[in-house]
Design a binder for this molecule. Structure first.
Ligand SMILES: [Ca+2]
Ligand SMILES: [Ca+2]
Ligand SMILES: [Ca+2]
Length: 187
């Protein structure tokens, strides 16, 4: 699966290296906590949606679930967010959606993420559908056997079907631009 058109959105290695240097500076202990990741991502504590989003990202990368990101988890995270191929990114988004980690998505899990994206996106562009409508549409398109649950394979296949769906499912809210924009603001 190639992604020829999206190279301008990718960070180059130098920028990733820079984020690694920030990690070492910000947390000499070698374990990154949620509030530190928020600072690196430039998330203001007043922005509830962005906080929730980064929190979800944080937990999806905390592979050993000890509530901190060690250096390897952090680097894996950066590579996936900024340089991962489509398939890896979709698998990762699925993990973000799947809050209880049972390998299937129900409506509540989907709606939870959609609400967050909706609030973040709605600031810059007008979305004509409500989160509930978006969620219904996703299930209509993706839940092939109509059992009210989306499996990973339904998710992966569904995403390829149309662009609107792909953008929602791969959680493309331009995290790259966000980080680049905020990176320079660190004290
Ligand atoms: Ca960890
Ligand atoms: Ca689930
Ligand atoms: Ca299904």
């Amino acid at each position: 699966m190639g992604q020829e058109g999206s190279h301008n959105e990718e960070m180059d290695l130098a920028q990733i290296q820079e984020l690694c240097i920030i990690f070492m500076k910000e947390c000499p202990s070698g374990a990154l906590h949620l509030h530190e990741l928020k600072r690196i991502f430039g998330v203001q504590s007043t922005s509830e949606e962005e906080s929730l989003y980064v929190e979800t990202i944080f937990h999806s990368f905390d592979t050993n679930q000890d509530n901190t990101l060690d250096f390897l988890e952090y680097v894996a995270a950066l590579h996936l967010i900024f340089r991962g191929n489509l398939e890896d990114r979709l698998k990762w988004s699925f993990k973000m959606y799947d809050k209880n980690g049972n390998g299937k998505l129900d409506r509540q899990e989907v709606k939870r993420i959609i609400r967050i994206i909706y609030k973040i996106k709605n600031r810059t562009s007008n979305i004509s559908m409500t989160p509930s409508e978006i969620c219904d549409r996703i299930f209509e398109l993706v839940d092939q056997n109509n059992d009210g649950q989306i499996t990973l394979s339904e998710f992966m296949e569904g995403a390829q079907k149309d662009e609107w769906l792909m953008n929602l499912l791969k959680l493309d809210i331009n995290a790259t631009g966000w980080v680049i924009q905020n990176c320079g603001k660190l004290p």
